[in-house]
Design a protein around this ligand. Structure first.
Ligand code: SF4
Length: 382
């Protein structure tokens, strides 16, 4: 491959030999002036993993509560129940259930995350609700919680990680979302989210999920006070965890959004930084099958270009009535609803083949419907 930066040649040789890249290699990739060469390397790695396919999911997305006392410095979503009662929302289990099903049942995933809310984050609330979902929409995988929420529940119920994971799995948990990883390096983590799950426990919970056969994803929050070393170190920690106990499906780079939080001076990430991060992640994480360009975070247009920089997934529809609040509180300009036809158009426009999936990347025809389903708005044929 013709590369404009000679520093990329030894990295290409390693990639061709199947040798994992080092911290120094990751930094070289981040700093190269040959952005097109970086993209070509990442695209080749993506095509070795998933060929011409790019995935999307028909999804219901719900933030069930914003009550949280963790006070992460980058967070614009959480509300203190006592200091900001006007900002608090907390859905009952009936409301969550009704919201998920209000536009029909033709979706393959229910994605729910929320704050550390003592009145909601317990097995008493979630286990009956999860069982209700499994009965009503058995075809929809439950992609619930982050490791931070699971740690909170474990503490509350005085359960070990194996015990809480077993209880959630028994209730129907299919996948755990990748949030709360933020930056795993302890020094930076202590500055941005000192009250949240530690990096050691974040990894321990995901490894326990994988041991018990529950899939998960991983994220990285970039573009705030972290260094490039923090970013590459984070990717290496994820790669090592995946080697120890495989089970991560996708890695999702999350660009920091500055509105309404304590780190607002850090500003927005640039499009080039976003694209570099997709590409570096694809090249460092040689044991992850999927790199997700989540349109809600970097926007549809950057995420389409990211498909040429190593990404092979665009996440997917939120239901037409879903209201994502975490990134909308922090200033994202992405709307709330994108039709599956739009994902297919963007993926085809980038030269790839759109493939509908569920949380664990089983594939479905684009016009698949569950038996007896009421067609949802997000499932119209292309
Ligand atoms: S990022 Fe999550 S854990 Fe941290 S304050 Fe916000 S809602 Fe709470």
């Amino acid at each position: 491959m013709s590369l404009g930066d000679p520093a990329l040649a030894p990295i290409e040789a390693k990639l061709e030999s199947g040798i994992s890249l080092s911290l120094e290699d990751g930094l070289t990739l981040y700093r190269t002036s040959d952005i097109h060469g970086l993209g070509r390397l990442a695209r080749r790695a993506k095509e070795r993993k998933s060929g011409q396919k790019v995935f999307y999911v028909l999804n219901r997305y719900i933030n069930s509560t914003n009550v949280c006392f963790a006070a992460c410095r980058f967070c614009s979503f959480a509300a203190d129940e006592f200091k900001e009662p006007g900002r608090v929302f907390r859905m009952t289990a009936d409301q969550v259930f009704a919201k998920a099903l209000e536009t029909g049942t033709n979706f393959n995933q229910i994605h729910i995350v929320g704050g550390h809310d003592p009145r909601q984050l317990s097995l008493d609330y979630w286990v009956p609700l999860m069982r209700r979902f499994k009965e009503a929409v058995p075809h929809a995988q439950l992609s619930l919680f982050t490791a931070a929420e699971i740690e909170y529940m474990a503490k509350r119920h005085r359960m070990s990680f194996p015990e809480i994971v077993a209880a959630l799995k028994e209730a129907g948990l299919d996948n755990v979302n990748g949030g709360a990883a933020e930056i795993l390096g302890e020094a930076t983590r202590a500055k941005i989210c000192p009250n949240k799950v530690s990096s050691a426990n974040w990894i321990a919970i995901h490894e326990e999920l994988h041991r018990q056969g529950v899939a998960s994803n991983a994220t990285m929050l970039y573009g705030h006070i972290e260094s490039l070393e923090d970013r590459v170190d984070h990717l290496i920690r994820l790669r090592e965890s995946q080697r120890r106990v495989p089970g991560f499906n996708a890695f999702i780079p999350l660009a920091f959004h500055p509105d309404g939080n304590e780190l607002s001076d850090c500003g927005w990430t640039s499009g080039l930084d976003d694209l570099r991060t997709f590409a570096v992640a694809r090249l460092m994480l040689d044991n992850f099958d999927h790199i997700k360009a989540y349109w809600m975070i970097q926007g549809l247009k950057v995420c389409q270009v990211a498909l040429q920089f190593g990404a092979d997934d665009m996440d997917g529809t939120h239901g037409s009535t879903d209201e994502e609040m975490i990134y909308h509180s922090a200033g994202t300009a992405s709307g709330q609803y994108v039709d599956d036809r739009e994902f297919r158009r963007l993926i085809e426009g980038a030269g790839y083949v759109p493939v509908r999936r569920n949380s664990t990347y089983q594939e479905f025809p684009y016009d698949w419907t569950p038996e007896g389903a009421v067609a949802s708005i997000g499932a119209r044929a292309s």
